[in-house]
Write a protein that binds this ligand. Structure first.
Ligand SMILES: [Mg+2]
Length: 319
């Protein structure tokens, strides 16, 4: 018989977990006290948090619990990378129904802890609360040793670059929602790419809610416009196979890619092409920043504007 959370209890489960979390020399007080304490690093602290809610970000059975834990960790890692930083410490807050099998929570934390170890991150605390559905909120503390790269620095004339491919995560979610058996690709880790790209980037963001929408955030923050060449967008192979001629419009609005989107001076092209082989992923120049009202246009090979049904994902609006 599967042991449920109500059989083990909040404190029982936490006590068992505490022995397994990574704890490095910067931790002064680890998990289990009223608050954690870590030695502050040199540079600016980065603080970010993100939640995965059952029924909203995932459905039961979409992926093994460890992959879900890894996803919760990496979507936050992606935000730290987008600021040009590196991660230091994490807090994990879980909501779970009392009848949830303990094995699911164990698996979830195994995923978080495995990734935390890989990236030298201390898991310093968290919370467990009873709730009608499973949700995991991960808070990540990072550090930017140079000035953090924000969304505000894009300038007219800049090139727009993106790492990796887009549309793969969105295509998998589309297939899952249609009842097909497939897996979402893991959230990519772009820390090394971030380290190399941040010194060159005028503005940077991670693509979580759709490339057009996230580039729109850069445009609004920077007070500029942008044009994206549809033919230059690196669309994931799985997305091309599933969507055919609709692959590009889908890929630029689908979200779940967690790639880095940045702008840089055209004078940096040679430098960017030189560092590209060391990023651990592709780097594509997909468009440019222009003067004008904040707006993002998708252009075909002839420079005509391609119509899009939506800009990207929004939690509070219908798809
Ligand atoms: Mg982000």
């Amino acid at each position: 018989v599967a042991r449920r959370l109500r059989d083990v209890g909040e404190h029982g489960w936490i006590a068992r977990l505490l022995g397994t979390v990574p704890r490095g020399p910067r931790v002064v007080v680890g998990p289990g006290d009223d608050a954690a304490a870590i030695r502050p690093p040199r540079g600016a602290l980065l603080l970010t948090t993100d939640t995965l809610v059952e029924g909203s970000h995932f459905q039961a059975g979409w992926e093994p619990p460890a992959r879900l834990g890894r996803r919760a960790f990496r979507i936050n890692l992606s935000d730290v990378a987008a600021m040009g930083g590196r991660p230091l410490a994490a807090l994990v807050a879980i909501e779970a129904p009392p009848d949830l099998p303990v094995a699911i929570l164990d698996g979830l934390m195994r995923g978080v802890i495995a990734d935390a170890r890989t990236h030298g991150v201390d898991v310093v605390g968290g919370n467990l609360a009873a709730a009608p559905r499973l949700a995991v909120t991960l808070t990540l503390v990072g550090v930017a040793s140079r000035r953090p790269v924000t969304r505000t620095g894009a300038r007219p004339g800049d090139d727009v670059w993106v790492t990796g491919t887009v549309g793969g995560g969105g295509a998998a979610v589309r297939a899952l929602l249609a009842g097909h058996r497939t897996r979402r690709p893991p959230v990519p880790v772009r820390l090394e790419a971030s380290r190399l790209l941040a010194p060159v980037a005028h503005a940077m963001i991670d693509v979580s809610d759709g490339l057009m929408q996230d580039l729109g955030h850069i445009c609004r923050a920077s007070g500029v416009a942008a044009a994206v060449d549809a033919g230059r967008v690196p669309v994931a192979a799985a997305c091309r196979r599933a969507l055919g001629v609709e692959a590009v419009p889908f890929a630029v609005t689908a979200g779940e890619d967690y790639e880095l989107l940045l702008t840089a001076s055209p004078r940096q092209r040679a430098r960017l092409e030189r560092i590209a082989p060391r990023l651990g992923c592709a780097l594509s120049r997909i468009g440019r920043i222009e003067a004008g009202r904040p707006a993002v246009r998708l252009l075909d090979a002839g420079g005509r504007v391609l119509p899009l049904r939506r800009a990207g994902f929004d939690h509070f609006r219908r798809r």
